[in-house]
Unconditional design. Structure first.
Length: 349
């Protein structure tokens, strides 16, 4: 009898242990437990920790309450300005109502993924290419609103949606590269032209200041020479315009009055007056003083030597030499000895 009681007691204890093991459940801190009793939703959602259910009657489903990061597959679409692009994104969401996430939708993860893909294609079709590339924040907000509207009934809250990458065709990339290069070139030329304009204004001001003080131009030239010579050059070639020298010479001498001849109109240039006042060659020779005779014979100009016919020579062996005609020689006048030119003629002869 005692043995039978012990066996029965052991059997009861074993059954209790098996029931406890079958009914015991542990819900983690980031999870919530949804109990379905005989297929119906139990009103109480199990909190994190140890909990018990009725084995065979209750069914416990654990729902993760953490933020889920889900990548959205790349979607091909055509923008509003007829450009084919390929866009992918990433979505951040979490479950705020475990019961709705279990009851209202079969698989809330798959539902959110499909909704994100369709919304992304819709956003691509409504946007321009420039908006996809530069104004992504606005597109992210619109995409978040499109996904969050149906997700609220599933007990899911969309935290953030980000467009991750926009893939363009190679032809479009080359076109955009040329456009960016042309825009940079335009800005560079505008900046260069603006710099040239400002520099020309400053140079004009400097020229006006130097015009008042001509010595400033010489100082500037010396500064340029010093700057070039500082580069350790053995040879320095400096082109210097002759007009600049003339300008500096006139600036140092100052304005000089032009001589005016009495009885002559001022409109006649000085060069023309000099040509008109130049004496004739005969008058100049007559007025020219005769230098005194010296022991050194001066060279006789060709014009002062009278021309005379050369004596004819008889051919060799053809007879006697003809006599020189004395009438061909110039006559000797003693009164003309005072004239130095005649004396030189006689000496020369």
């Amino acid at each position: 009898m005692v043995q039978e009681l012990v066996v029965a007691l052991v059997a009861v204890v074993s059954c209790c242990l098996l029931y406890a093991l079958a009914a015991a459940r542990v819900v983690k801190q980031y999870e919530r437990g949804v109990v379905l009793r005989l297929g119906r939703l139990h009103d109480q959602v199990r909190a994190p920790g140890f909990t018990m259910i009725v084995p065979g009657v209750d069914r416990l489903r654990k729902v993760n309450m953490q933020i889920v990061t889900m990548p959205v597959p790349a979607q091909d679409g055509i923008t509003r300005d007829n450009v084919t692009v390929r866009v992918d994104a990433v979505i951040y969401f979490k479950v705020v109502d475990p019961a709705s996430a279990v009851i209202q939708v079969e698989d809330y993860r798959f539902a959110v993924s499909q909704m994100a893909q369709t919304s992304l294609r819709s956003i691509i079709g409504k946007s321009d290419l420039d908006d996809l590339l530069s104004d992504r924040e606005k597109l992210n907000q619109g995409l978040e609103l499109m996904i969050d509207s149906p997700a609220v009934g599933w007990g899911v809250q969309i935290d953030r949606v980000e467009i991750k990458d926009v893939s363009l065709p190679e032809t479009m990339k080359r076109s955009m590269a040329r456009q960016a290069e042309a825009d940079r070139e335009r800005r560079a030329r505008v900046i260069n032209a603006d710099a040239e304009l400002q520099a020309s204004k400053k140079l004009a001001q400097a020229a006006s200041e130097m015009s008042t003080q001509p010595a400033a131009l010489q100082l500037r030239l010396l500064q340029t020479v010093v700057a070039v010579a500082a580069e350790k050059n053995s040879t320095l070639v400096l082109p210097f315009p002759v007009e600049l020298l003339r300008f500096l010479e006139r600036a140092q001498q100052g304005p000089q009055p032009q001589p005016v001849t009495a009885g002559e109109p001022q409109s006649v240039p000085a060069e023309q007056r000099a040509v008109e006042e130049r004496p004739a060659p005969d008058e100049a020779a007559a007025d020219e003083p005769v230098p005194e005779e010296s022991g050194v014979e001066e060279p006789i100009a060709e014009e002062s030597v009278p021309e005379r016919p050369a004596p004819r020579r008889a051919p060799t062996g053809s007879g006697p030499v003809p006599e020189v005609d004395p009438d061909g020689l110039p006559e000797f006048d003693p009164e003309q000895l005072s004239d130095g030119s005649h004396a030189r003629h006689l000496t020369r002869h």
